[in-house]
Every structure is written in structure tokens, then in C-alpha cells.
Design a protein around this ligand. Structure first.
Ligand SMILES: *Cc1c(COP(=O)(O)O)cnc(C)c1O
Length: 401
């Protein structure tokens, strides 16, 4: 069977998209994220779902969107799920529902994908960064209180690489100031924190269905989760131009709806999501075991050549990325690329060092700055076989020597 995924070799990005995957020889190509094998598994269910949409023709907020919202709310364990156009829109819509705007401050992690801070600034609010915990790469709760001011209107911890931030510690500080918490769970849908699901851990949880995320669509998509009825209603209106009924707009919103065809894709993928989460957990754990077996691992970057991910005992990660820290990171990546092993850098700059935010703060974020220089993400997906994984580990070890 001819599969239409020839171009989807790296994170589902086409050649027109400036991705961060480091170049590999096409002939020997290994996939950074294997969407093609997954497609082979879901093809019949997917075709049936897509055909149903083509037949009923409700491309905007069709029945698949509502059905997906119901299934995801149940999966996460909250009352409301609102399907939106992207993870970026999920963050925007969540903050708009909380009334965040000009003059407000929103606290977030200094080490994340750009959208986390971009959306704060787009609303006219000021991003206030907090450094990360060096072990988990998530917002360090011990540094949070010092960043709170009379203008702080929300805190956005990021559940980076598939592992939740220490949400209870963050919630308890936030609740002392009556500040809402939005989990940026773009990378962590399916993860567990103290037995609870990511996206159910704070005022609002926001996720992304970008193709390379743990639950990825065949295009852009996202969702907001909450137990708060009033916030849920506000987010439903905001995603659809702020209308409460047709052509009646009590508030401003945007065109931020989840596409019906993407909802159909996600319904097909949701059928195998639990299995894929189990595979991700197993494969992520196995990477670490293989590195440990080579004696190449330490918990302190200082004296060791390689730092594997630390998963806190409260957490079960979905390993959106399997990210190690190495010295001479770019050299190691280049050696791997020569052998056809794709890698990626999530992310090469802390948010406070992004050019657009220059002048925003003079504060330094040394843990984020060091991570940005050393992180390297290895191929990670539920279909990574043992032989390929061993080849990757061996190549990394050799590159370090
Ligand atoms: C992917 C991502 C986003 C943005 O999601 P999109 O669906 O691409 O808009 C936001 N935050 C984090 C941490 C992400 O990884």
C-alpha cells in the first residue's frame, strides 16, 4: 500500500517548515518520530472516521469535535474539554477567559517552547520568567514566590518533555495569592502526576495536537480542560469569536476552533493512545537502562559525560521527548547525523534570551541557560524497536568518546 507520508519524516513537518531536526542522509534515514508506522495501524479506522466527515459535511464544529471533547474529558478526568485550533490558541483562550491583558503579569518557566511566552505577550501582558528545576526541567516551585507581585494574574508551569511540573507545590503557593494556574501540557497529555492525569491538575490545562505531540493530529489542533463551568463556557465562546449564540458577541474571541477533520483523526488515534502511552513509558525507561548499562550516566552533569532524564517518583512521563544532556552537544549531534540518526534541540535558547524579549528582564536564569546549551533529544516514539534503540545508544556513547 502506498502511504502518503513521504514528507512526514521529521516531526510531521513539511519542507516549507523551519524545523529544528538536524540534517541526516535521506538514504539512511531513521525517523525522529514515526508517524508512518502508526498510520499503518490506524488506517482502516481513520478512513472510516474521515469518510463520515466527508459524507455529513459539518466541517466546522461537527459531531466529531463534541465526541472527542467528551472522550478526552473522561480520559483526563475533568468536567470540560474544549477543542481548539492549536496548543498556542489553547493558551491564548485560557488566558483570555481569565481576563488577562495589558498591565498584567503572567509567570512562566524560562525554558519552554516559544508559544508559552508569546501568548502572554500577545495579550499585552508581561511574561515573568522563573528558572527551572535542574533535574526535571520544569518550573522550580522554590523560586516561584519571589516572582509574584500585585500584578500577577496567572502562573503557567510547563510540563516539559512529557513530565508534569510539581503542580501541587505550585498550586499551593498560587492559592495563597488566589492566582489561577494554567498547566502548559502541550507535551504531557497522558502523563500522570500523583496518580492524576496531566491537564486535570490546575485551574485550566492546555494541550496541543501538533503532529509530533504524544496525541498528534494530521495538522494543528489543541484543547483546554477545566472543572470550572463558567471558565468552560467562556472558553467555548472565545474559540468561536466570542459568540454566545449566532452573530451575537458579548465578548471578543478568535477563530480558534478545532477542525472537524482533525477531531476525526484524533478519535481514530485515541483508540490506541493507552497502548502508545505504555509503549512510550517502556521505551523511555529502556533508553535510560541501556545508558546505565554502559556506565555513561550520572545525576550530576559536572563529572559525567551524559545526563539521562530524571523522572520524579510522583510522575509517569509520556516522554514527548527523550532528552539527554551532553557536553559538546552540537558535535555529538553532527556525529549522529552522519550515521543517519536524527536528533533535535528542545530548545536552543531560554525564553528570556529570545531576541523579541530582549530588554524584558535583566534577571539571569542559569539553569535554563545551561540546559539550552546541552540538551539533545533522541528519536522517540511508540514504535522504536529495540535494535534501533540499541544502535542509537551505542552511537551516542561512541560520539561522547
Ligand atoms: C507545542 C507546544 C506549544 C504550542 O502548541 P501548538 O499546537 O504548536 O500551537 C506550546 N507549549 C509547548 C510547551 C509546546 O511544546
Amino acid at each position: 500500500m502506498q502511504l502518503p507520508f513521504g514528507f512526514l519524516d521529521n516531526e510531521g513537518r513539511g519542507p516549507g517548515h523551519p524545523g529544528q531536526i538536524l540534517g541526516v542522509d535521506k538514504a539512511k534515514q531513521m525517523r525522529f518520530i514515526d508517524l508512518k508506522t502508526q498510520y499503518g495501524r490506524i488506517a482502516p479506522a481513520l478512513r472510516a472516521r474521515l469518510n463520515a466527515v466527508l459524507e455529513h459535511g459539518q466541517f466546522i464544529l461537527g459531531p466529531e469535535v463534541r465526541l472527542l471533547e467528551e472522550r478526552l474529558a473522561e480520559f483526563v478526568g475533568v468536567r470540560h474539554c474544549i477543542g481548539v485550533a492549536s496548543g498556542t490558541d489553547a493558551l491564548l483562550i485560557a488566558m483570555m477567559a481569565l481576563g488577562i491583558g495589558r498591565g498584567d503579569e503572567v509567570i512562566t518557566s524560562a525554558f519552554s517552547f516559544f508559544a508559552t511566552a508569546e501568548t502572554i505577550a500577545l495579550l499585552g501582558a508581561r511574561p515573568v520568567f522563573v528558572d527551572i528545576d535542574p533535574a526535571t526541567y520544569t518550573l522550580d516551585p522554590s523560586k516561584l514566590a519571589a516572582a509574584i507581585t500585585g500584578r500577577t494574574r496567572a502562573i503557567i508551569p510547563v510540563s516539559l518533555y512529557g513530565q508534569c511540573a510539581d503542580m501541587d507545590a505550585i498550586n499551593s503557593i498560587a492559592s495563597g495569592y488566589r492566582i489561577p494556574v494554567i498547566e502548559d501540557a502541550a507535551q504531557s497529555l497522558g502523563a500522570l502526576y500523583r496518580g492524576r492525569r496531566s491537564c486535570a491538575l490546575s485551574t485550566i490545562g492546555c494541550t496541543s495536537f501538533f503532529p509530533s505531540k504524544p496525541l498528534g493530529a494530521y495538522g494543528d489542533g489543541g484543547a483546554c480542560f477545566t472543572d470550572d463551568d463558567a471558565l468552560a463556557q467562556a472558553m467555548r465562546e472565545i474559540r468561536d469569536h466570542g459568540q454566545d449564540r449566532r452573530y451575537h458577541h458579548p465578548r471578543l474571541g478568535l477563530n480558534g476552533r478545532l477542525d472537524t477533520l482533525q477531531a476525526a483523526v484524533l478519535l481514530a488515534k485515541l483508540e490506541i493512545f493507552a497502548e502508545e502511552i505504555a509503549a512510550r513509558t517502556r521505551i523511555g525507561g529502556r533508553y535510560t537502562e541501556l545508558f546505565q548499562a554502559h556506565g555513561a550516566v550520572g545525576t550530576d552533569i559536572g563529572g559525567t559525560p551524559l545526563l539521562t532524564p530524571y523522572i520524579h517518583p510522583d510522575n509517569q512521563s509520556v516522554y514527548a521527548q527523550y532528552t539527554v544532556q551532553v557536553e559538546r552537544r552540537d558535535e555529538v549531534a553532527a556525529i549522529l547525523a552522519q550515521q543517519g540518526i536524527p536528533t533535535a534541540i528542545h530548545y536552543p535558547l531560554p525564553l528570556n534570551e529570545q531576541p523579541v524579549f530582549s530588554g524584558l528582564t535583566q534577571v539571569e536564569y542559569p539553569i535554563s541557560a545551561q540546559a539550552a546549551q546541552r540538551v539533545l533529544s533522541l528519536p522517540m516514539h511508540p514504535y522504536l524497536d529495540e535494535v534501533t534503540q540499541e544502535r542509537i545508544v551505542t552511537a551516542v556513547i561512541q560520539a561522547l568518546r
